[in-house]
Design a binder for this molecule. Structure first.
Ligand code: BV8
Length: 245
């Protein structure tokens, strides 16, 4: 899909670029998204049965094992061309902030440096009581317990109904408010407060690009809606930006 030339020139004139990513940016790495029908993780489970503190209290084994399954999936996955293009974009603009809802470390593994993790990270495990990181745990236990206080361990991710890390959320709002171009990539925009970031950017005068498979490709004023696969469209964008001209 061709990249609108007006978008290339907006990027060329941008002092600061911010990007919000969701599960769709990792889809081409083989990581199921949350809401896409067939493969969507939620299609097999109820949200309430897995990604909430109540679910963990009710059935810690089920929740721990779901995240252990995902941790395994992610460990075997590779960053895809979308992750690599975003790492290249970071090097091609004066100021760049990557905000992700994903918990899979694939942006960091692709070489992105300044990554804001709004919803935590699957690779980190914390004591459910002390909330401190635990480096090693009994892999045969489901869930393992804290070596210090004996409470269950849990993934260091933000569950529904839990507050986001304050510093991360503040940095995300600051980036959305201060950027010249804002990309929302591979997210259905159904989860607050991340979903508000593109609107904040638009309200503050940024050019906004929404890239996923749910929109109809169109341009309206400072908004570009692109229906394309991130792993195909982002490399084209970056080569359009860095081509001579
Ligand atoms: C909070 C970590 C204060 C765990 C996640 C009622 C109304 C509105 C809001 C609420 C409400 N009740 C409660 C709320 C707030 C709630 C919320 O938003 N609920 C939703 C369900 C309505 N939010 C919270 O609770 C947040 N905390 O607000 O604190 C508070 C406190 C108490 C009470 C109220 C408020 C915490 C939210 C964080 C939850 N944790 N993840 C885990 O991963 O297991 S969210 C989880 O879903 C993911 O992290 C992800 O961020 C999120 C959204 O999913 P997406 O990333 O968008 O993925 P999705 O599958 O939806 O979409 C994929 C997209 O990619 C699609 O558009 C598709 O077209 C596209 N795509 C697919 N393939 C490709 C592609 N695009 C490009 N290329 C491709 N190849």
């Amino acid at each position: 899909m061709a990249i609108p030339p007006e978008l290339i020139s907006a990027l060329r004139n941008a002092e600061r670029v911010a990007v919000l990513t969701g599960a769709g940016v990792s889809a081409e790495s083989g990581i199921p998204t949350f809401r896409d029908a067939q493969t969507g993780l939620w299609a097999q489970y109820n949200l309430e049965d897995l990604a909430t503190p109540e679910a963990f209290a009710r059935n810690p084994k089920l929740v721990w094992e779901w995240y252990a399954w995902r941790r395994n999936l992610v460990a075997q996955a590779q960053p895809n061309p979308a992750h690599l293009a975003l790492a290249a974009l970071e090097r091609s603009v004066p100021q760049f902030t990557l905000i992700t809802q994903n918990i899979d470390s694939l942006h960091q593994r692709a070489g992105s440096r300044d990554v804001i993790e709004l919803h935590g990270n699957l690779a980190r495990v914390i004591c459910a009581t002390e909330r401190t990181v635990v480096e090693a745990w009994d892999a045969t236990a489901s869930p393992p317990t804290c070596p210090r206080c004996g409470a269950y361990l849990r993934p260091d991710v933000v569950w529904f109904g839990e507050m986001l890390p304050e510093a991360a959320l503040h940095a995300a709002y600051e980036a959305a408010t201060g950027c010249d171009v804002f990309f929302s990539i591979g997210t259905s925009g159904q989860v607050a407060p991340a979903a508000a970031l593109p609107r904040i950017a638009l309200r503050n005068g940024a050019t906004v690009v929404v890239l996923n498979l749910d929109v109809t490709t169109s341009t309206a004023d400072r908004c570009f809606f692109m229906n394309a696969r991130a792993g195909e469209w982002l490399p084209e964008l970056v080569s359009g930006l860095t081509a001579e001209g």
